[in-house]
Unconditional design. Structure first.
Length: 267
């Protein structure tokens, strides 16, 4: 470990929460850009939070440093929750956009308020609609992410239909569906162990996907299900390719198209 690494470690916690002043911040970030271990340590500190959860002063400082250190940088994106966006003023959002932050990954996961409450999302469908509106007004592109199976068997139909409605209302530039994985030793796994949450079977998950694609009405969104969690990888634009995608899902439900094996899903 070099002296620069030791200094970085000394300031790591303050750096992660935006409590390091310039020009020291830029110098430390420049070191992180060239040291894989230090960058990994910083990422692990930020991991419990979405990128947009950091205070605005720290975000602006990071974006300014990126512009200085990487003059050919073309795009900066980050993960955000609806409450992250709603917690910022219009001026703060516009300033972040002006400094190069251009794409926000927002994961409502469901448009069903009952499901959102059960998964402790901390926001409602209406919150996500307003967050998307304000983000678009500030000039951001939006990538919206939904989670097949999040409503369990009990809320499956409501979850799928409400998610399609929310995707329509948010009107994102990019739209993705992932599939829920119940991870051991998590609250959801505890509920599943008590019989209070049941993940839908694959055919029902495909049914949710079909409802979502058939009913979502974004103006023009690139739609993908290419994440490793999904049984059926798809790609197309909605609404242009809706009929083609629905036909593929129907063929998969009929057994005419092979699904990913569990091993291929890599979970």
């Amino acid at each position: 470990m070099t002296d620069a690494c030791l200094e970085f470690e000394e300031h790591l916690e303050d750096l992660a929460v935006g409590d390091v002043a310039e020009p020291e911040r830029s110098r430390l970030l420049a070191h992180a850009a060239t040291c894989r271990d230090c960058r990994s340590h910083l990422d692990s500190m930020l991991d419990p939070y979405t990128d947009l959860d950091i205070n605005c002063r720290a975000q602006l400082s990071i974006l300014e440093a990126c512009r200085r250190l990487f003059p050919r940088l073309r795009r900066v994106s980050c993960y955000a929750t609806a409450m992250n966006v709603l917690g910022k003023s219009d001026d703060e959002l516009r300033r972040l956009r002006e400094l190069g932050l251009s794409l926000l990954y927002i994961g409502p996961e469901s448009g069903d308020d009952v499901t959102l409450k059960r998964i402790a999302k901390g926001s409602t469908a209406a919150d996500h609609v307003e967050a998307a509106r304000r983000a678009r007004l500030a000039g951001f592109e939006i990538s919206a992410i939904f989670l097949l199976g999040a409503g369990g068997v009990e809320r499956s139909a409501d979850h799928a239909a409400a998610s399609a409605a929310l995707a329509t209302a948010m009107d994102p530039h990019y739209l993705a569906a992932l599939t829920l994985t119940v991870v051991p030793s998590t609250p959801l796994a505890t509920l599943a162990g008590r019989g209070k949450f049941v993940l839908p079977a694959v055919d029902h998950l495909l049914g949710e996907l079909r409802t979502f694609v058939d009913e979502a009405r974004p103006a023009d969104a690139l739609f993908r299900t290419n994440h490793a969690s999904n049984d059926l990888p798809l790609r197309g634009r909605l609404p242009r390719d809706r009929e083609r995608i629905v036909e593929i899902i129907d063929r998969a439900l009929a057994g005419d198209i092979a699904l990913r094996s569990e091993r291929s899903r890599g979970l």
